[in-house]
Design a protein around this ligand. Sequence first.
Ligand code: HXC
Length: 291
Amino acid sequence: MAFLCRNVGLVLKSSRAAPALLSAARLYSSGGQYEYILVEKRGVQNNVGFIQLNRPKALNALCDGLMREVGKALDAFEDDPHIGAVVITGSERAFAAGADIKEMQNRTFQECYGGNFLAHWNRVSTVRKPVIAAVNGFALGGGCELAMMCDIIYAGENAQFGQPEILLGTIPGAGGTQRLTRAVGKSLAMEMVLTGDRINAQEAKQSGLVSKVYPVDQLVSQAVQCGEKIAINSKLVSAMAKEAVNAAFELTLAEGNRLEKRLFHATFATDDRKEGMTAFVEKRKANFKDQ
Ligand code: HXC
């Protein structure tokens, strides 16, 4: 099964995979069979987990089943010691056009509050391995929020980010008001949340929402390359680095600096810190063992 999975992953790197191969990928991919997403391992060393949202008829609207599958795929990649980073992407037309409006249309407050509606979406932001969002096309509402739960956002030149919930008589509910404000500042976040207006890829780059913009057809491979760069570093130390950066959103400066210092000290308990510095002194490439 592992052999088949690796080979299906390799074949699928070509952009026009045959339908039969796509269904094989679903069947033999990490974590089981999926209806709404495609899951593969990518990169020369197959060390980048790859999740493609695949609900084209609804522009990847994030129905409950899709988000449960994303959570399941993330669990599988989190448990796979060979995977060092994960890329989440959609199609060239849409990363995701938001939570599924048709699914939400008739929900009551009692169902939402009682069932803690959408609580499981949070799984994306609790993954310890680095996660990169590769956003082409629409990233609206929950789609924008999903991208912002990731650690790095790369955008294709056609990307559009927005929080249009206000136009539906509701507000963002998966971190949009919080993460967008932290990313782009109060004025632009307020404008987007209160008007529902979208920003394009260049505006997203200027405002700090995304770190890089690429031509549409290069976006995914660039995101995977970024994942590969991350994955060859020590996975143990990457987790510490991610924890430290994320603490900047939660703690005061003094608390954050204290946590950073403790994690920095903790790297000295790892073989990988020793290997990294020794490799530098010996003028060779480090060979990290995640120990
Ligand atoms: C369900 C959706 C959908 C969505 C699109 N579709 N977005 N279905 N939920 N969020 C479906 C359409 O109903 C349609 O299916 C098909 O996808 C194609 O969409 P069109 O509207 O025909 O395409 P287009 O004219 O190109 O317009 C694209 C669009 C528009 C601008 C993205 O679809 C749109 O405005 N979508 C809604 C965006 C939005 O409001 N997102 C926020 C959702 S609320 P049919 O079968 O009808 O042809 C949200 C709350 C988050 O995310 C709170 C916490 C998670």
